[in-house]
Design a protein. Structure first.
Ligand SMILES: *Cc1c(COP(=O)(O)O)cnc(C)c1O
Length: 387
């Protein structure tokens, strides 16, 4: 039996040629292809600066550091996300707290955010940064989050790991119109891939310089940024404690080639998602609702079923070769985070969501025949299993 994964990368012959060309050229590690990818990302999104890295996790870490997140600070993120959205603040010694999701969009709920901020102001414990996550590729209500950031004085990092190619109010996600920094992931399951990789977008040249420095050991080779005047040609300076979070030119070449195909990828995903949604409406199955101001990049397609029958439906689909998945267990329920004793009563929508969610297959090369099979088996599972 042929298995149908929930996500699959599309690597073309042209992608492969782009990579092999780099293998025969002068630079393997960060070199001209990384610079070229950064320019292409800036041009695509409209953000002034782009800093490519070896993963979105690294980019989130450096975004926190660049915005001054440190020991004793507080960072908030969405309760339903990949753990890296929270871990990045922990790397900086900060404490993490979570915001409940919106029942319909599965994104950070701005009403809960406001309530939590008002409460935090009374307790004199406001977050230094908030990290909204564009779940499944659907942009969050960024305008409201931005307004709240002005009112309550916090920084905003968009975790757009799912959302390259999505738009919000007519602008591309990554333009940073309503945030300080936006982070993309190029992990193999995401919308475009470099194998492993990520990037941080920003309109601030100070933040971009900081991200570049921290990406490579805190070292600069720019004479005009150095402490020493008239440095000799061999000289470089480590000015702060940084990391090795560089992307390779091999990865950047793949990323550049994939970026050229992004529009087509998103178009295929959107068509498949629309077809799913119209069929599921007939079946009475709930899925992620799209708000008027967004165009999602459809990294994930999540349906919600009755909590009592979710695991059974999940197993039925898996046993028929539909490799469904679950995105995500609320981060505060991960054993590592349980030690911090979050009040689960604060997250009723996240609690309900994770008991009902199933991620079903969606990727650009998925055929109508594949999709029909998924639809047929989901229908069968519901009919067989639901009361
Ligand atoms: C995949 C993902 C990340 C981490 O991306 P990497 O490139 O694998 O480090 C962070 N946040 C979210 C929401 C993700 O889905």
């Amino acid at each position: 039996m042929k298995e149908l994964p929930y996500a699959r990368q599309s690597v073309s012959r042209r992608d492969i040629r782009a990579v092999t060309r780099v293998l025969k050229a002068d630079y393997l590690t960060q070199g001209p292809k990384v610079t070229e990818l950064e320019s292409a990302l800036s041009e695509f999104t409209g953000a002034r600066h782009s800093v490519a890295m070896n993963s979105a996790t690294s980019a989130l870490h450096l975004a926190c550091l660049a915005l001054g997140v440190g020991q004793g600070d507080l960072v908030w993120t969405s309760s339903i996300s990949f753990v890296a959205s929270a871990n990045c603040a922990k790397f900086c010694g900060a404490d993490v707290d979570f915001v409940d999701i919106d029942e319909r969009t599965f994104n950070m709920c701005t009403k809960s955010l406001r309530r939590k901020l008002e409460n935090a102001r009374q307790l004199r414990r406001l977050p230094k940064a908030v990290i909204p996550v564009h779940f499944g590729g659907q942009p969050c209500d960024m305008k409201t989050i931005y307004d709240l950031s002005r009112e309550f004085g916090f920084k905003v990092i968009e975790d757009a790991s799912h959302a390259i190619g999505a738009s919000y109010l007519g602008n591309k996600v990554g333009a940073c119109e309503f945030s300080d920094i936006t982070v993309f992931s190029f992990h193999a399951v995401k919308v475009i891939t470099t194998g492993e990789g990520g990037a941080a977008m920003t309109n601030s040249s100070q933040l971009a310089d900081k991200l570049r420095s921290l990406r490579s050991h805190g070292i600069t080779r720019e004479p005009n940024l150095m402490n020493r005047v008239n440095p000799p040609a061999w000289y470089y300076e480590q000015q702060e404690l940084g990391f090795n979070y560089r992307m390779t030119d091999i990865q950047a070449a793949l990323g550049l080639s994939q970026l050229k195909r992004l529009r087509v990828f998103v178009e295929s995903r959107r068509k498949l998602a629309q077809r799913y949604s119209s069929k599921f409406r007939v079946l009475g199955v709930r899925s992620q609702e799209q708000t008027a101001e967004v165009l999602s990049s459809w990294h994930l397609y999540v349906i919600r079923v009755e909590a009592d029958s979710r695991d059974e439906i999940f197993e039925f689909l898996r046993s028929h070769g539909i490799l469904v998945n679950m995105h995500y267990l609320p981060i505060y329920r991960q054993p590592y985070y349980e030690q911090f004793n979050y009040d689960l009563g604060e997250f009723p929508n996240a609690e309900k969501y994770y008991r009902e969610a199933i991620t079903i297959p969606l990727f650009p090369a998925m055929s109508t025949k594949n999709q029909n099979l998924v639809l047929k088996l989901v229908g069968k599972a519901l009919f067989r299993i639901e009361p």
